[in-house]
Design a protein around this ligand. Structure first.
Ligand code: SF4
Length: 250
């Protein structure tokens, strides 16, 4: 049996022991801090421009950070007049400006739809009013925007507004699930609420960044390198592996 074939062996973790799971989060965070270093929140690249942060998040979907960064810079260069010009431009001009990020024909109309919704809601193409809203109202509003799901909304709050709202991407979801912090049937969207209950406010940013790093470096989707993982003792997936696979490097 391979590590990949063993993935269905993860037991259902009782989700009622919240204190136990919170303690586990704290132990895991300590182990990941020892492995990768402390991660302290820093203002995101677009903290002074919440619309920019939202556009950048849309551009980051299904592509690399490098490509989405290029697409964002190209969009800003093509429309120096600001987001109103992007909102009212011919969609083909927007698509052309962001083509280096991929899926331009999907993302250009999505960006314009978001900008139009923002304009219709607030009378201008800005989101600074969100700075005075509470977390729940801000998430609820952002999720009304076209194509904005729980992850994108949480990214805006966490990275751009500095709020302790956990964003759950594919790595955070997978590693959390293997550790047994969420059950095997909890999908990425539902995971936001479950994990938010377990992760303390001052752990949210670090948890997000650490889990992404661990998912990329060690706890890969297809062939997790369990043999070299510092989280073995905390991991339901690892405990369910046949003994010969527990020492396999990947
Ligand atoms: S032991 Fe580590 S690498 Fe293996 S599944 Fe658990 S967290 Fe992932």
């Amino acid at each position: 049996m391979t590590v990949r074939a063993a993935k269905n062996l993860v037991p259902e973790t009782p989700v009622t022991d919240l204190d136990g799971l919170r303690a586990k989060v704290t132990r895991v965070e300590a182990l990941l801090t020892a492995a990768y270093g402390a991660r302290v929140w820093q203002a995101g690249n677009y903290s002074d421009d919440l619309v920019g942060g939202l556009v950048a998040t849309v551009l980051s979907q299904n592509t690399s950070d490098l490509n989405s960064g290029r697409a964002y810079a190209s969009l800003k260069a093509a429309f120096p007049g600001g987001w109103d010009d992007v909102r009212t431009a011919n969609v083909s001009r927007v698509a052309d400006a962001i083509k280096s990020g991929g899926l331009a024909n999907v993302k250009a109309p999505r960006i314009q739809a978001i900008l139009s919704d923002i304009f219709e809601h607030s009378g201008h193409t800005g989101l600074d009013h969100l700075r005075t809203w509470d977390d729940a109202a801000t998430v609820a509003y952002l999720r009304t925007l076209p194509g904005v799901g729980p992850k994108t909304a949480a990214c805006i709050l966490m990275f751009n507004l500095g709020r302790p709202v956990l964003a759950v991407d594919t790595h955070v979801h997978r590693v959390s699930q293997r550790l047994g912090l969420i059950g095997p049937k909890v999908g990425p969207d539902a995971a936001h609420d479950r994990l938010q209950e377990l992760v303390a406010d001052d752990q949210v940013y670090s948890y997000h960044v650490h889990f992404i790093e661990h998912g990329r470096r060690v706890c890969h989707s297809q062939r997790p390198a369990c043999g070299v993982c510092p989280l073995q003792k905390e991991c339901d997936f690892f405990r369910a592996l046949p003994v010969p696979l527990q020492s396999a490097p990947d």
